[in-house]
Write a protein that binds this ligand. Structure first.
Ligand code: FPP
Length: 252
C-alpha cells in the first residue's frame, strides 16, 4: 500500500514521482484558429505523446491523464463520438510504441459506459504492457473522483459487512485499497492547462497534499519546455504536509 499523505510524509525529490494532469484548452485552441473543437482534441493527442516521452526522460514514475470525465458525456454528441474514436485510434496506433518505451498502460474509470470494442482494446493494451515498469501511464476515462470514492466504499462494504454495525472500524487504510488507483502513490504534482484553476472532480481523494500548478497554455501547445517550467516550480515548493517548516527541516 502506498504512503498516505495525511498520515506520514512521503519521500519527495525535485522530480515528481507521480504527475497528474488535466489536459484542458483543446476546444479553445481550435476555436481561436477557426477550427472545429475536435481539431483541438486531435492536436491534444500529439501533446500526450510529447509529455509521455518527456516524463520518461525525466524519471517520472507515474503519469495520470484526465482524458474524459463522468461529466463530459454532456458535451455535443458529435464531440463525444470524436473523442471515443480518438481513444480507439490512439490505442490501436500507439500501444506498440508505448510498450517498446517500457510504458505500462492502465485505464481507470467506469468503463461499462464504453462500447465493447473500446473496452476490448483497453483490456488488450493493459495486458500487453503489464510487465513494463519504466513509466506507469494511467488514462482516466469516464472517471470522477466522487464516483471513485463511492465505488471503493461499495466494494469495501461488500467485503467487510461488519462495518455497517461497527462504523468506527472504518478508516483511510480500510478504504484506500479499493480506490481505482490504489497501485500508485498519491500525485506529487498536479498540472492543469488552459487557465482554469479547479480540480473538476479529478482525483479528489488523492490530491489532498498534492502541489497544484496552473498554466494558461492550452493543452495542444503544451510540451517538454512547459513541463520543465512546472518541474522547476515544483522543486521550489516546500511540502509541509500539515507540519511546520522547522519540522520539515529536521526530516532525514
Ligand atoms: C479538455 O479540453 C479536454 C478533453 C475533455 C479531452 C482530452 C482528450 C485528449 C487530449 C485527446 C485524447 C487523449 C488520449 C489519452 C488518447 P476542452 O475540450 O474542455 O477545452 P476547452 O476548455 O477549451 O473547451
Amino acid at each position: 500500500m502506498s504512503v498516505s499523505s495525511t498520515q506520514s510524509i512521503p519521500v519527495c525529490s525535485d522530480i515528481p514521482r507521480h504527475l497528474a494532469i488535466i489536459m484542458d484548452g483543446n476546444g479553445r485552441w481550435a476555436t481561436r484558429r477557426m477550427l472545429p473543437r475536435t481539431a483541438g482534441h486531435m492536436r491534444g493527442v500529439q501533446a500526450v505523446r510529447r509529455v509521455v516521452e518527456a516524463c520518461g526522460r525525466q524519471g517520472v514514475e507515474y503519469l495520470t491523464l484526465f482524458a474524459f470525465s463522468s461529466e463530459n458525456w454532456r458535451r455535443p454528441q458529435e464531440e463525444v463520438s470524436l473523442l471515443m474514436r480518438l481513444f480507439v485510434q490512439t490505442l490501436e496506433k500507439e500501444v506498440g510504441k508505448l510498450s517498446d518505451q517500457g510504458v505500462r498502460l492502465r485505464v481507470v474509470g467506469d468503463l461499462r459506459a464504453f462500447e465493447p470494442r473500446l473496452r476490448d482494446l483497453i483490456r488488450a493494451a493493459e495486458d500487453r504492457t503489464q510487465h513494463n515498469s519504466a513509466l506507469q501511464l494511467t488514462i482516466a476515462a469516464n472517471y470522477g473522483g466522487r464516483w471513485d470514492i463511492l465505488q471503493a466504499t461499495r466494494q469495501l462494504l461488500l467485503s467487510r459487512p461488519e462495518l455497517l454495525t461497527q462504523p468506527e472500524l472504518l478508516d483511510e487504510n480500510a478504504l484506500s485499497p479499493y480506490l481505482s488507483m490504489a497501485y500508485a502513490p498519491e500525485p506529487d504534482l498536479f498540472i492543469r492547462t488552459g487557465g482554469e484553476q479547479r480540480i473538476s472532480n479529478f482525483l479528489i481523494w488523492q490530491l489532498a497534499y498534492t502541489e497544484l500548478y496552473f498554466t494558461e497554455s492550452y493543452w495542444p501547445d503544451f510540451g517538454a519546455k512547459d513541463l520543465q517550467a512546472a518541474f522547476q516550480w515544483y522543486a521550489n515548493r516546500e511540502r509541509r504536509f500539515g507540519r511546520t517548516s522547522a519540522q520539515i527541516a529536521l526530516q532525514p
